[in-house]
Design a binder for this molecule. Structure first.
Ligand code: B12
Ligand code: SF4
Length: 471
């Protein structure tokens, strides 16, 4: 049966035939409604016992970007459970409950979704995990959003306004980043617990990474696509934060998958940043950090920390994960270049690959100590759903309990050693690297800042580790 409301449906895509923008048509449609629909946006906390979801946490740029769009047409309530905020049992004040999820908090997100569905709400799930497993996620919500919200927003918002939802929203093509709105941080900062957020402001200059490591979800979601925002938009956003906080030396944290993939763009961005006096850190791949001029410019532009996925010191392993950007003979040179320019290194190392042996742990220890890596981070290889690695390893994976997909759980038995040996050495390595003496060897003479503090926290944390924690 056609309802009266159905006759007034508006299709903003028709705007392309007129001079009115789809956004204006959406605004008109929203104004025609008696009341503004109320959205509850939720960042769930996982149950991981590791430090990724407790203490100081980073501002969730993904949900903030969702709130920025939603807030233009609807009322928004923003809950970040990691700050200690309660997710309500009763969703009656809201029309739409929208939840972001990665694998490690997927079960939590699904539980919230189920509860909201039982209360008759429109439930939307988005984020990496629902994107990768949208058929699984569909049974816990009304609609799944595949990938970024910006590229599908006009269709999604229209359907919300018209009250007719589809099970899956997936954009046919990705929007240019320049069309995306500047994230509105007020939604996150309104929380009375917002002091628990890291003072580093998340920012995005590029999206995607065509390197194609087989354990990473980015190539699956964005393919070979690499997009970037116009430089003046990125710099303008930095200036906006400088004005908002009334200081020049703000701390920015790039959320980009691989910020240096287009060297020319990256170098120009750094040149521009060096003129405005900010500090920054980022995830970066090693591909051209072996060039001393890149590290010099990074230091000059205010970089104080770079997070680098060294992953492994075994060339066979690097080959097996298609990490073509990592060349073992460049590792020490890259570290040296960065250190010469006052840039500390958060080095990521993974264990549990088929080629790993007991010797791999010793090699990694020697590399970290010799090169004085400031902040080594260790994880266990985790095949994430949606990646080629997951498909390859599926028959060997011990469990599909998403709560344990936090990169700190034992996923499969590597061919080169038994699980017991893997976990025993994994614990030992962390304890050795974060022993008081080892911290001094790695950190002596370095600036007294939060990296020291992180080391002392890791010292306390690693002392309590046992192999059983990782099962
Ligand atoms: C930057 C980053 C981090 C940062 C910051 C995380 C943060 N607080 O946001 C740090 C370093 C802290 C981090 C930590 C971890 N990370 Co991380 N991280 C990333 C990275 C590179 C970018 C994420 C990002 O912010 N992108 C920018 C935002 C704007 O884009 P977005 O997240 O895609 O969000 C858009 C869409 O997804 C969608 N969307 C998202 N949520 C919702 C919700 C709704 C309702 C809707 C409609 C749409 C929607 O719209 C958003 C806006 O465009 C991703 C790779 C990736 N591309 O996803 C890995 C990634 C998310 N990380 C990953 C992992 C494994 C981790 C850790 C477990 C690693 C570890 N062992 O410490 C921890 C877990 C932390 C946690 N509590 O979640 C995995 C997750 C895989 C999975 N299936 O869960 C990814 C995908 C990398 C990979 N291996 O493939 N990470
Ligand atoms: S270089 Fe990093 S972002 Fe790119 S595919 Fe590999 S792991 Fe993913």
């Amino acid at each position: 049966m056609q309802t009266e409301q159905a006759e007034t449906f508006i299709d903003p895509s028709a705007a392309f035939a007129t001079s009115i923008s789809p956004e204006d048509i959406l605004q008109q449609l929203a104004r025609q409604q008696k009341t503004r629909k109320k959205w509850l946006l939720i960042q769930p906390k996982s149950i991981t016992s590791m430090m990724v979801d407790s203490g100081t946490v980073s501002m969730p740029l993904n949900l903030i970007m969702v709130a920025t769009l939603v807030g233009q047409l609807f009322e928004v309530t923003f809950i970040d459970e990691r700050l200690g905020e309660q997710i309500p049992e009763d969703f009656s004040p809201y029309d739409v409950v929208a939840i972001t999820s990665r694998s490690l908090n997927a079960m939590k997100a699904y539980g919230i979704g189920d509860r909201a569905l039982r209360q008759g709400k429109t439930v939307i799930l988005g984020g990496v995990h629902p994107t990768m497993l949208h058929e699984e996620a569909a049974s816990h919500c009304t609609s799944v959003v595949y990938g970024e919200i910006e590229s599908i927003w006009t269709e999604l918002a229209t359907d919300i306004l018209n009250g007719r939802m589809k099970p899956l929203y997936r954009a046919k093509e990705l929007k240019p980043m320049g069309d995306m709105h500047r994230p509105d941080f007020s939604y996150a900062l309104a929380s009375k617990n917002s002091k628990k957020y890291s003072s580093r402001i998340p920012i995005l200059a590029t999206k995607g990474c065509p390197v194609g490591c087989n354990f990473c979800t980015t190539p699956t979601i964005y393919g070979k696509n690499y997009r970037y925002r116009e430089l003046d938009l990125v710099i303008e956003e930095m200036r906006y934060h400088q004005e908002r906080l009334q200081k020049e030396k703000i701390n920015l944290s790039f959320m980009d998958d691989n910020i240096s993939f287009r060297p020319k763009y990256f170098m120009t961005l750094l040149e521009e940043m060096s003129k405005i006096g900010v500090r920054w850190n980022a995830n970066i791949s090693m591909n051209f950090l072996d060039k001393p001029e890149v590290a010099e410019l990074a230091g000059r532009s205010g970089c104080d920390l770079l997070s680098i996925g060294f992953e492994s010191l075994n060339p066979e392993t690097l080959k097996s994960v298609h990490k073509g950007s990592n060349r073992l003979d460049n590792y020490a040179k890259v570290v040296d270049n960065l250190h010469r320019n006052g840039i500390a290194i958060q080095g990521y190392f993974m264990f549990g690959f088929d080629n790993d042996t007991e010797e791999s742990f010793q090699l990694t220890y020697d590399f970290i100590m010799k090169n004085r890596i400031e902040f080594p981070v260790f994880s266990l290889v985790t095949p994430f759903p949606g990646t080629p690695y997951f498909d390859e390893m599926k028959p060997r994976i011990r469990h599909f309990d998403w709560d344990k997909y936090d990169t700190y759980h034992y996923m499969f038995e590597p061919q080169g050693m038994g699980g017991e040996t893997l976990l025993k050495n994994f614990v030992k390595l962390q304890q050795e690297v974060y022993k008081g003496k080892a911290i001094m060897r790695r950190m002596q003479g370095k600036p007294l800042n939060w990296v020291w503090l992180a080391n002392f926290m890791m010292n306390r944390f690693t002392r309590k580790l046992t192999p059983e924690i990782y099962l």
